[in-house]
Design a protein around this ligand. Structure first.
Ligand SMILES: [Zn+2]
Length: 271
């Protein structure tokens, strides 16, 4: 599943080709995504110039002066750029053709993604309005996290994955960040001290930074590549390593379920 680092890598791969270009045409071959692509979308965005390409949580936002084109990758979506678009393949659902001749092609086998037009102000759209701070925002710090969790009896792992508290920290990165911070995923959020939450903030940023850096080496997958963009395989400390020895202390990595998702942790390194 594309997580924040994959979306950020897509943004960095596509931005140089998209920013400053005009959208010449949008071709929707199959509108049946998680929410149907609105029939009016091609006419609403065609002719507009892409002023900026932003990311908010796991949403990619094409800023078209006042309006915004939002792209979400769901479970299996990807967006790639072609200077000379090859014939469409199965699951290629939307083409965004730029005035330079570059085609941005949206591919999504399971069709849980989305492509929506947002009128201004885009930030008040229901998908964006309730989002908390980005992990790299200055507003996401130990003080903020401490204040925001005092009344939360939920486990810190679930709090960390709540987009209203901080956006874009999915299951993989929640598990890895908690390991790096030495915090057990089941600890009630309200019981964590400010210094420990400060370590968690640093761990979230370090984990995502490593994944984005890893993504840098796959940027070419987003331009003129017919292969699927790779999802980054970090050298995980705990994610997917249940039953294996901890890379730090050799104790066996445990797995439990929280909120329907797998949590993996080291009972010796994480308290
Ligand atoms: Zn350990």
């Amino acid at each position: 599943m594309p997580e924040l680092p994959e979306v950020e890598t897509t943004r960095r791969g596509i931005a140089p080709l998209a920013i400053g270009r005009r959208i010449a045409a949008v071709h929707v071959y199959d509108p049946r995504l998680r929410w149907p692509v609105p029939p009016s979308l091609p006419a609403l965005v065609a002719g507009h110039t892409i002023d900026a390409l932003d990311r908010r949580s796991k949403y990619l936002l094409f800023r078209l002066t006042a309006d915004t084109l939002l792209v979400h990758f769901g479970m299996t979506g990807s967006l790639r750029a072609f200077r000379d678009a090859p014939p469409r393949r199965l699951h290629d659902h939307v083409d965004i053709v730029l005035d330079s001749g570059v085609t941005l092609r949206y591919h999504d086998p399971r069709r849980f993604g989305a492509m929506l037009w947002l009128p201004p102000p885009a930030e008040s759209h229901p998908l964006l309005a309730a989002l908390g701070p980005e992990p790299f925002d200055a507003a996401f710090d130990a003080d903020y996290l401490w204040r925001a969790t005092r009344s939360r009896t939920a486990a810190i792992k679930l709090a960390l994955m709540d987009n209203r508290l901080v956006t874009g920290v999915g299951n993989i990165y929640a598990n890895e960040s908690l390991f790096r911070a030495g915090i057990r995923p089941t600890t009630p959020a309200s019981r964590l001290s400010k210094p420990r939450l400060g370590r968690l903030v640093a761990a979230v940023r370090a984990t995502l930074t490593d994944a984005i850096a890893k993504g840098g080496s796959t940027l070419r997958d987003y331009v003129d590549s017919r292969g699927e963009p790779g999802y980054f395989q970090l050298d995980y400390f705990v994610y997917g390593r249940q039953g294996l020895p901890c890379r730090v202390c050799r104790a066996e990595i445990r797995e439990i379920r929280q909120g329907g998702r797998a949590s993996t942790y080291c009972r010796r390194c994480q308290r």
